[in-house]
Design a protein around this ligand. Structure first.
Ligand code: ZN
Length: 260
């Protein structure tokens, strides 16, 4: 595998136009890919602690866990209130409809099928190239919104094995998007080298126990969308047995163990 340090640095023949209008504040503007799950919720908090203006984007593509999308608005506001200066830094939310992605992907996320590991070792929840598509749409939006930094919660440390969550894929996308759009976007994946326990720790460092509790209670990662009666666990809501719930539960328990 190519070491991430060996990847070419993106270059363009032109400098990025200076940030203008309401986005001319020092620190610049960032666009966070925000699904309403634990990882993107932590990324939003991280972005609000680091950037002067933060907007969010979500994608609706007929995913079975649409409940994740329903959590977004409440969670966005709660996170902003718990990060110093977060409320004044939080800008617009954007939702992009991608029904074609749902139609293309014959997977468990979009069809009523059992979630299990496929022969290739990936859960059948895998939507091929999903993150690459999301990043491309996010970059097109960032271009229009004059945001230079695009933040994604992908991670290759403690993850389900999706190849487009890997650092090399993100680095390659940064190069491709910058060449293809003649920009100097910076794609940031602050969770890339954190396991799920350290992702909880990061939330604690940014917003204390209140932010951890908000993310635990109001973010949603379960593939089945379980948030009903009997679906609350110490680590949050979910079915408790899909790959996303298992990852989240293990991370939560390691985080709790690290505190004692
Ligand atoms: Zn689940």
């Amino acid at each position: 595998m190519t070491n991430h340090q060996d990847f070419p640095v993106p270059h363009t023949s032109r400098q990025l136009a200076p940030l203008s209008g309401s986005f001319s504040l020092p620190g610049g503007a960032a666009l966070v890919l925000f699904s309403g799950g634990q990882d993107s919720a932590t990324c939003l908090a991280w972005a609000l602690s680091a950037f002067q203006h933060v907007e969010t984007v979500g994608f609706s593509y007929g995913q079975r866990h649409a409940v994740e999308m329903d959590c977004r608005a409440t969670l966005r506001r709660q996170i902003a209130d718990l990060v110093p200066r977060g409320a004044e830094r939080l800008g617009d939310d954007h939702v992009i409809d991608l029904p074609a992605l749902g139609k293309l992907s014959e997977t468990a996320l979009t069809r009523d099928a059992e979630i299990k590991l496929g022969k290739n070792g990936l859960p059948n929840t895998f939507v091929p190239g999903r993150n690459l598509i999301f990043l491309t749409f996010a970059a097109a939006l960032a271009f229009r919104r004059n945001a230079r930094t695009i933040i994604t919660g992908v991670c290759e440390t403690d993850y389900s094995g999706y190849p487009d969550c890997r650092d090399d894929a993100i680095k390659a996308m940064q190069v491709a998007l910058n060449i293809g759009m003649d920009q100097r976007f910076v794609l940031q994946a602050p969770l890339m080298w954190l396991d799920k326990a350290r992702t909880w720790k990061l939330a604690e460092l940014i917003g204390g126990p209140a932010l951890v509790e908000t993310i635990r209670r109001d973010s949603h990662s379960c593939y089945h969308g379980d948030r009903g009666e009997g679906s609350e666990h110490d680590w949050g809501y979910g079915c408790g047995h899909c790959p996303a719930c298992e990852l989240r539960a293990e991370g939560w328990h390691r985080y709790q163990a690290s505190k004692s």
